[in-house]
Write a protein that binds this ligand. Structure first.
Ligand code: SAH
Ligand code: SF4
Length: 350
Protein backbone atom coordinates (compact mmCIF):
# COMPACT_ATOMS: atom_id res chain seq x y z
CA UNK A 1 0.00 0.00 0.00
CA UNK A 2 1.28 3.47 -0.87
CA UNK A 3 2.48 5.41 2.17
CA UNK A 4 0.05 8.27 2.95
CA UNK A 5 1.94 11.52 3.58
CA UNK A 6 -0.76 13.64 5.27
CA UNK A 7 -0.26 13.17 8.98
CA UNK A 8 3.53 13.05 8.80
CA UNK A 9 5.57 15.68 10.60
CA UNK A 10 8.72 17.09 9.02
CA UNK A 11 11.06 14.52 10.58
CA UNK A 12 8.88 11.63 9.31
CA UNK A 13 8.77 13.19 5.86
CA UNK A 14 12.53 13.42 5.80
CA UNK A 15 12.68 9.64 6.13
CA UNK A 16 10.08 9.07 3.42
CA UNK A 17 11.57 11.51 0.90
CA UNK A 18 14.68 9.45 1.17
CA UNK A 19 18.37 9.22 1.83
CA UNK A 20 20.60 11.13 -0.50
CA UNK A 21 18.10 13.95 -0.94
CA UNK A 22 18.99 17.36 0.46
CA UNK A 23 17.00 18.11 3.65
CA UNK A 24 15.17 21.02 2.05
CA UNK A 25 13.30 18.52 -0.17
CA UNK A 26 11.29 17.25 2.79
CA UNK A 27 10.48 20.83 3.73
CA UNK A 28 9.27 21.48 0.19
CA UNK A 29 6.98 18.45 0.41
CA UNK A 30 5.75 19.57 3.85
CA UNK A 31 4.91 23.05 2.60
CA UNK A 32 3.24 21.71 -0.53
CA UNK A 33 0.98 19.42 1.51
CA UNK A 34 0.05 21.62 4.44
CA UNK A 35 0.51 25.16 3.20
CA UNK A 36 -0.27 25.03 -0.52
CA UNK A 37 -2.64 22.08 -0.06
CA UNK A 38 -1.76 20.41 -3.35
CA UNK A 39 -4.40 18.02 -4.75
CA UNK A 40 -1.85 15.23 -5.37
CA UNK A 41 1.86 14.55 -5.19
CA UNK A 42 2.44 15.16 -8.88
CA UNK A 43 1.36 18.76 -8.30
CA UNK A 44 4.37 19.51 -6.07
CA UNK A 45 5.98 21.84 -8.57
CA UNK A 46 8.97 22.69 -6.38
CA UNK A 47 10.33 19.12 -6.69
CA UNK A 48 12.34 17.96 -9.71
CA UNK A 49 10.05 15.99 -12.05
CA UNK A 50 11.94 12.72 -11.55
CA UNK A 51 11.69 12.87 -7.75
CA UNK A 52 8.02 13.85 -7.96
CA UNK A 53 7.23 10.81 -10.12
CA UNK A 54 9.34 8.51 -7.97
CA UNK A 55 7.62 9.74 -4.79
CA UNK A 56 4.15 9.44 -6.35
CA UNK A 57 5.01 5.84 -7.23
CA UNK A 58 5.47 4.76 -3.62
CA UNK A 59 3.50 7.30 -1.62
CA UNK A 60 0.10 8.95 -1.77
CA UNK A 61 -1.22 12.22 -0.43
CA UNK A 62 -3.72 10.38 1.75
CA UNK A 63 -6.55 12.92 2.05
CA UNK A 64 -9.89 11.13 2.66
CA UNK A 65 -12.00 10.88 -0.50
CA UNK A 66 -15.50 12.16 -1.12
CA UNK A 67 -18.12 9.45 -0.73
CA UNK A 68 -21.19 11.61 -0.38
CA UNK A 69 -22.15 15.19 0.26
CA UNK A 70 -25.37 16.57 1.74
CA UNK A 71 -26.23 20.23 1.75
CA UNK A 72 -28.64 21.79 4.23
CA UNK A 73 -31.08 24.61 3.57
CA UNK A 74 -28.95 26.66 6.02
CA UNK A 75 -25.75 26.20 3.96
CA UNK A 76 -24.22 23.53 6.20
CA UNK A 77 -22.44 20.78 4.24
CA UNK A 78 -22.12 17.28 5.64
CA UNK A 79 -19.46 15.17 3.99
CA UNK A 80 -19.23 11.44 4.12
CA UNK A 81 -15.53 10.77 3.57
CA UNK A 82 -13.94 7.44 2.68
CA UNK A 83 -10.73 6.18 4.33
CA UNK A 84 -8.01 3.78 3.07
CA UNK A 85 -9.84 0.78 4.55
CA UNK A 86 -13.16 1.87 3.04
CA UNK A 87 -14.65 2.88 6.36
CA UNK A 88 -16.39 6.24 6.30
CA UNK A 89 -16.50 9.23 8.63
CA UNK A 90 -18.34 12.50 8.68
CA UNK A 91 -17.04 16.04 8.50
CA UNK A 92 -19.27 19.10 8.57
CA UNK A 93 -18.67 22.62 7.29
CA UNK A 94 -20.83 25.36 8.81
CA UNK A 95 -20.38 28.58 6.88
CA UNK A 96 -21.35 31.78 8.65
CA UNK A 97 -21.07 35.46 8.02
CA UNK A 98 -17.44 36.29 8.74
CA UNK A 99 -16.26 32.82 9.71
CA UNK A 100 -16.42 29.15 8.83
CA UNK A 101 -16.43 26.26 11.26
CA UNK A 102 -15.29 22.78 10.35
CA UNK A 103 -16.47 20.00 12.63
CA UNK A 104 -14.15 17.00 12.41
CA UNK A 105 -14.32 13.41 13.64
CA UNK A 106 -11.69 11.75 15.82
CA UNK A 107 -12.88 8.14 15.69
CA UNK A 108 -15.01 5.95 13.41
CA UNK A 109 -18.07 5.66 15.68
CA UNK A 110 -17.74 6.18 19.43
CA UNK A 111 -17.33 3.82 22.39
CA UNK A 112 -19.04 6.17 24.88
CA UNK A 113 -22.74 5.40 25.04
CA UNK A 114 -24.44 8.72 25.73
CA UNK A 115 -28.14 8.01 25.58
CA UNK A 116 -29.07 11.02 23.43
CA UNK A 117 -26.40 10.60 20.72
CA UNK A 118 -26.78 8.86 17.39
CA UNK A 119 -23.05 8.24 17.01
CA UNK A 120 -23.20 6.12 20.17
CA UNK A 121 -25.41 3.63 18.34
CA UNK A 122 -22.52 2.79 16.00
CA UNK A 123 -20.16 1.69 18.74
CA UNK A 124 -16.44 2.15 18.09
CA UNK A 125 -15.03 0.87 14.81
CA UNK A 126 -11.54 2.33 15.19
CA UNK A 127 -9.46 5.38 16.03
CA UNK A 128 -8.55 7.79 13.26
CA UNK A 129 -4.90 8.41 12.46
CA UNK A 130 -3.47 11.93 12.77
CA UNK A 131 -3.48 12.04 8.97
CA UNK A 132 -7.16 11.18 8.79
CA UNK A 133 -7.95 13.93 11.31
CA UNK A 134 -5.89 16.59 9.51
CA UNK A 135 -7.05 15.19 6.14
CA UNK A 136 -10.65 16.16 6.93
CA UNK A 137 -9.61 19.81 7.32
CA UNK A 138 -7.51 19.72 4.13
CA UNK A 139 -10.42 18.16 2.28
CA UNK A 140 -12.92 20.83 3.33
CA UNK A 141 -10.48 23.68 2.78
CA UNK A 142 -9.82 22.48 -0.77
CA UNK A 143 -13.47 21.74 -1.52
CA UNK A 144 -14.52 25.24 -0.46
CA UNK A 145 -11.37 27.10 -1.37
CA UNK A 146 -10.94 28.29 2.20
CA UNK A 147 -7.16 28.54 2.11
CA UNK A 148 -6.89 32.25 1.51
CA UNK A 149 -8.75 33.29 4.63
CA UNK A 150 -7.38 31.03 7.29
CA UNK A 151 -8.12 33.37 10.19
CA UNK A 152 -11.83 32.96 9.54
CA UNK A 153 -11.56 29.25 10.09
CA UNK A 154 -12.56 27.50 13.31
CA UNK A 155 -12.04 23.81 13.92
CA UNK A 156 -14.17 21.89 16.40
CA UNK A 157 -13.38 18.32 17.31
CA UNK A 158 -17.03 17.58 17.89
CA UNK A 159 -17.81 15.13 15.11
CA UNK A 160 -17.88 11.39 15.53
CA UNK A 161 -15.94 10.00 18.44
CA UNK A 162 -14.46 10.86 21.81
CA UNK A 163 -11.23 12.74 21.04
CA UNK A 164 -9.65 12.08 24.42
CA UNK A 165 -9.86 8.33 23.79
CA UNK A 166 -7.60 8.91 20.78
CA UNK A 167 -5.35 11.48 22.43
CA UNK A 168 -1.93 10.78 20.82
CA UNK A 169 -3.36 11.09 17.31
CA UNK A 170 -5.48 14.10 18.26
CA UNK A 171 -2.39 15.83 19.68
CA UNK A 172 -0.30 15.06 16.63
CA UNK A 173 -3.09 16.39 14.43
CA UNK A 174 -3.25 19.54 16.57
CA UNK A 175 0.50 20.11 16.15
CA UNK A 176 0.12 19.78 12.37
CA UNK A 177 -2.94 22.04 12.22
CA UNK A 178 -1.24 24.76 14.24
CA UNK A 179 2.31 24.64 12.84
CA UNK A 180 3.13 28.16 11.58
CA UNK A 181 5.21 26.60 8.77
CA UNK A 182 2.25 24.55 7.62
CA UNK A 183 -1.48 24.97 8.16
CA UNK A 184 -0.94 27.75 10.70
CA UNK A 185 -4.35 27.63 12.39
CA UNK A 186 -4.22 29.31 15.78
CA UNK A 187 -4.82 27.02 18.80
CA UNK A 188 -7.33 29.69 19.88
CA UNK A 189 -9.47 28.58 16.94
CA UNK A 190 -9.44 24.85 17.66
CA UNK A 191 -11.77 23.35 20.27
CA UNK A 192 -11.86 19.79 21.53
CA UNK A 193 -15.04 18.53 23.15
CA UNK A 194 -15.02 15.63 25.58
CA UNK A 195 -17.56 13.61 27.50
CA UNK A 196 -15.20 13.91 30.49
CA UNK A 197 -12.41 11.31 30.45
CA UNK A 198 -10.72 12.67 33.57
CA UNK A 199 -7.21 11.14 33.33
CA UNK A 200 -6.97 12.30 29.74
CA UNK A 201 -8.01 15.84 30.68
CA UNK A 202 -5.08 15.80 33.10
CA UNK A 203 -2.80 14.55 30.32
CA UNK A 204 -4.04 17.22 27.93
CA UNK A 205 -3.32 19.86 30.57
CA UNK A 206 0.40 19.03 30.36
CA UNK A 207 0.63 19.53 26.58
CA UNK A 208 2.32 22.68 25.30
CA UNK A 209 0.24 22.69 22.08
CA UNK A 210 -3.39 21.87 22.74
CA UNK A 211 -6.84 22.94 21.60
CA UNK A 212 -9.30 24.77 23.82
CA UNK A 213 -11.31 22.48 26.02
CA UNK A 214 -15.07 21.97 26.02
CA UNK A 215 -16.76 19.56 28.42
CA UNK A 216 -20.11 17.93 27.71
CA UNK A 217 -21.85 18.40 31.04
CA UNK A 218 -25.41 17.55 30.01
CA UNK A 219 -26.78 17.03 33.51
CA UNK A 220 -27.20 19.04 36.68
CA UNK A 221 -26.36 16.30 39.18
CA UNK A 222 -24.45 13.05 39.45
CA UNK A 223 -27.39 10.65 39.29
CA UNK A 224 -28.90 12.34 36.24
CA UNK A 225 -25.54 12.36 34.49
CA UNK A 226 -25.13 8.63 35.16
CA UNK A 227 -28.45 7.98 33.47
CA UNK A 228 -27.69 10.09 30.43
CA UNK A 229 -23.95 9.45 30.19
CA UNK A 230 -23.17 6.05 31.71
CA UNK A 231 -19.45 6.86 31.54
CA UNK A 232 -20.10 8.96 34.66
CA UNK A 233 -20.16 5.70 36.64
CA UNK A 234 -16.44 5.52 35.99
CA UNK A 235 -15.62 9.22 35.92
CA UNK A 236 -17.69 10.91 38.60
CA UNK A 237 -19.09 14.38 38.09
CA UNK A 238 -17.47 15.65 41.30
CA UNK A 239 -14.00 14.54 40.11
CA UNK A 240 -14.64 15.93 36.65
CA UNK A 241 -15.38 19.36 38.09
CA UNK A 242 -12.28 19.16 40.26
CA UNK A 243 -10.16 18.34 37.15
CA UNK A 244 -11.72 21.41 35.53
CA UNK A 245 -10.94 23.55 38.56
CA UNK A 246 -7.21 22.74 38.42
CA UNK A 247 -7.01 22.77 34.60
CA UNK A 248 -4.31 25.29 33.58
CA UNK A 249 -6.16 27.75 31.36
CA UNK A 250 -4.11 30.05 29.18
CA UNK A 251 -4.67 33.78 29.74
CA UNK A 252 -7.00 34.03 26.72
CA UNK A 253 -8.94 30.89 27.51
CA UNK A 254 -12.18 29.93 29.25
CA UNK A 255 -13.61 26.44 29.68
CA UNK A 256 -16.78 25.72 27.74
CA UNK A 257 -19.49 23.49 29.14
CA UNK A 258 -21.96 22.03 26.68
CA UNK A 259 -25.40 21.10 27.88
CA UNK A 260 -27.85 19.16 25.72
CA UNK A 261 -31.39 20.07 26.78
CA UNK A 262 -33.79 17.13 26.86
CA UNK A 263 -37.49 17.87 27.24
CA UNK A 264 -38.74 17.03 30.74
CA UNK A 265 -35.44 15.37 31.72
CA UNK A 266 -32.77 17.98 32.47
CA UNK A 267 -34.35 21.23 31.30
CA UNK A 268 -36.13 22.71 34.34
CA UNK A 269 -35.24 25.98 36.04
CA UNK A 270 -34.15 23.92 39.03
CA UNK A 271 -31.66 22.11 36.74
CA UNK A 272 -30.45 25.49 35.50
CA UNK A 273 -29.88 26.70 39.06
CA UNK A 274 -27.95 23.53 39.88
CA UNK A 275 -25.79 23.96 36.76
CA UNK A 276 -24.99 27.53 37.77
CA UNK A 277 -24.02 26.32 41.25
CA UNK A 278 -21.85 23.47 39.93
CA UNK A 279 -19.88 25.82 37.72
CA UNK A 280 -19.81 28.80 40.07
CA UNK A 281 -16.08 28.69 40.85
CA UNK A 282 -14.89 28.04 37.29
CA UNK A 283 -13.74 30.45 34.58
CA UNK A 284 -16.21 29.25 32.01
CA UNK A 285 -19.15 29.74 29.72
CA UNK A 286 -22.07 27.46 28.94
CA UNK A 287 -23.28 26.46 25.48
CA UNK A 288 -26.80 25.11 25.46
CA UNK A 289 -27.83 22.70 22.69
CA UNK A 290 -31.51 21.83 22.33
CA UNK A 291 -31.66 18.12 21.51
CA UNK A 292 -31.21 17.31 17.85
CA UNK A 293 -33.56 14.41 17.36
CA UNK A 294 -32.83 11.20 15.50
CA UNK A 295 -34.18 7.71 14.94
CA UNK A 296 -33.74 5.54 18.03
CA UNK A 297 -33.15 8.49 20.37
CA UNK A 298 -35.72 8.26 23.20
CA UNK A 299 -35.84 11.99 24.01
CA UNK A 300 -37.62 15.07 22.78
CA UNK A 301 -36.51 18.59 22.04
CA UNK A 302 -37.71 21.20 24.58
CA UNK A 303 -39.76 24.17 23.45
CA UNK A 304 -38.01 27.45 22.61
CA UNK A 305 -39.63 29.02 25.70
CA UNK A 306 -38.20 26.34 27.99
CA UNK A 307 -34.75 26.77 26.45
CA UNK A 308 -34.95 30.56 26.85
CA UNK A 309 -36.00 30.21 30.48
CA UNK A 310 -33.12 27.80 31.24
CA UNK A 311 -30.68 30.16 29.58
CA UNK A 312 -32.01 33.15 31.53
CA UNK A 313 -31.45 31.36 34.86
CA UNK A 314 -27.87 30.28 34.07
CA UNK A 315 -27.06 33.66 32.57
CA UNK A 316 -27.63 35.43 35.87
CA UNK A 317 -24.20 34.22 36.96
CA UNK A 318 -22.44 32.57 34.00
CA UNK A 319 -22.19 33.58 30.32
CA UNK A 320 -24.62 31.24 28.60
CA UNK A 321 -25.24 30.88 24.87
CA UNK A 322 -27.59 28.89 22.73
CA UNK A 323 -25.95 26.85 19.99
CA UNK A 324 -27.99 27.33 16.87
CA UNK A 325 -28.77 23.94 15.31
CA UNK A 326 -27.01 23.67 11.96
CA UNK A 327 -27.97 21.21 9.26
CA UNK A 328 -30.60 19.30 11.24
CA UNK A 329 -32.43 18.54 7.99
CA UNK A 330 -29.43 16.57 6.72
CA UNK A 331 -28.50 15.00 10.06
CA UNK A 332 -25.39 17.14 10.34
CA UNK A 333 -26.12 18.73 13.73
CA UNK A 334 -24.49 17.79 17.07
CA UNK A 335 -25.06 14.16 17.95
CA UNK A 336 -26.61 13.33 14.60
CA UNK A 337 -23.56 11.93 12.85
CA UNK A 338 -24.24 8.33 12.05
CA UNK A 339 -23.72 8.19 8.30
CA UNK A 340 -27.41 8.63 7.66
CA UNK A 341 -28.45 8.68 4.03
CA UNK A 342 -30.77 11.67 4.19
CA UNK A 343 -32.83 10.78 1.16
CA UNK A 344 -33.95 7.50 2.73
CA UNK A 345 -35.24 9.16 5.88
CA UNK A 346 -38.19 11.14 7.00
CA UNK A 347 -37.06 14.75 6.95
CA UNK A 348 -36.69 16.55 10.25
CA UNK A 349 -37.42 20.27 10.22
CA UNK A 350 -34.33 22.47 10.29
N1 SAH B 1 -17.61 13.03 22.00
C1 SAH B 1 -17.42 14.39 22.28
C2 SAH B 1 -17.53 15.26 21.06
C3 SAH B 1 -18.60 14.89 20.05
S1 SAH B 1 -20.25 15.14 20.56
C4 SAH B 1 -18.39 14.85 23.35
O1 SAH B 1 -19.30 14.12 23.69
O2 SAH B 1 -18.20 15.95 23.86
C5 SAH B 1 -20.41 16.91 20.45
C6 SAH B 1 -21.50 17.50 21.29
O3 SAH B 1 -22.77 17.07 20.81
C7 SAH B 1 -21.44 17.08 22.75
O4 SAH B 1 -21.51 18.20 23.58
C8 SAH B 1 -22.67 16.23 22.94
O5 SAH B 1 -23.16 16.29 24.24
C9 SAH B 1 -23.61 16.82 21.93
N2 SAH B 1 -24.68 15.91 21.50
C10 SAH B 1 -24.66 14.58 21.38
N3 SAH B 1 -25.85 14.13 20.95
C11 SAH B 1 -26.65 15.20 20.76
C12 SAH B 1 -27.99 15.40 20.29
N4 SAH B 1 -28.74 14.37 19.92
N5 SAH B 1 -28.47 16.64 20.24
C13 SAH B 1 -27.72 17.70 20.59
N6 SAH B 1 -26.44 17.59 21.01
C14 SAH B 1 -25.91 16.36 21.11
FE1 SF4 C 1 -19.56 9.74 21.90
FE2 SF4 C 1 -19.79 12.39 22.27
FE3 SF4 C 1 -21.82 10.95 21.22
FE4 SF4 C 1 -21.19 10.70 23.81
S1 SF4 C 1 -21.97 12.55 22.77
S2 SF4 C 1 -21.61 9.03 22.38
S3 SF4 C 1 -18.99 10.88 23.75
S4 SF4 C 1 -19.82 11.28 20.30
Amino acid sequence: MAQPLVGLELADLQRVVGEGQPTFRARQVYEAIYRQKVPDLLAISTLPAALRAELAGRASLGVPRLTNRYESVDGTCRYLLGLEDDRTIETVLMPEEGRDTVCISSQVGCPVNCQFCLTALMGLERNLTAGEIVGQVLFVMRAHDLSASIDRLNIVMMGMGEPLLNLPNVLKATRLLTDPAGMAISPKRITLSTSGIIPKIEELAREPVRPKLAISLNASHEEQRRELMPITRKYHLKDLLEACRVYPLRHWEKLTFEYVLLHGVNDTDADARRVARLLANLNCKVNLIALNPGPGIPFETPTDERVASFQAVVRKTIPCFLRKPRGRDIFAACGQLKRIETTSLVTVSA
